[in-house]
Design a protein around this ligand. Structure first.
Ligand SMILES: [Zn+2]
Length: 128
């Protein structure tokens, strides 16, 4: 019903999804360790991260640090970084890029978000 037909062979849909990911791809990653910016990195296929649109990662050419950037809703990004760090251990240097392209390093213990409600780690409802 309705005339809003999705023009969509599966191929076109896949193409569309890829274009969407391409749009998410930052021009460069910034090493959270030595602040080197570099443009050679891959999209990582990380399943099971709700609210995450894409994950990009690469190795810093200057210091060899692994740099991982999550794209998604701020809450989801924060949770994904925590999950990721648990997975990789404390060595991982994590960060993300804000929508204006700024690199934001992730610091454990620091509460991301505007007003940290101090809810004891319980995720509060996301209203968007
Ligand atoms: Zn580096």
């Amino acid at each position: 019903m309705g005339e809003a037909k999705r023009r969509g062979t599966p191929q076109e849909r896949a193409e569309e999804a890829r274009a969407k990911k391409e749009a998410l791809r930052p021009a460069q990653l910034v090493c959270g360790h030595c602040k080197t910016a570099f443009g050679e990195f891959d999209e990582l296929d990380v399943p099971g991260l709700p609210g995450i649109d894409a994950v990009f990662g690469g190795q810093c050419p200057a210091c060899g640090n692994d740099v991982v950037v999550f794209k998604g809703a701020p809450n989801a990004v924060a949770e994904a970084m925590i999950a990721w760090q648990k997975m990789l251990g404390a060595d991982a240097q994590l960060g993300y890029q804000s929508s204006d392209g700024r690199h934001v390093p992730y610091e454990p213990g620091a509460e991301p978000g505007d007003d940290a409600g101090g809810a004891g780690g319980a995720p509060r409802g996301t209203v968007h």
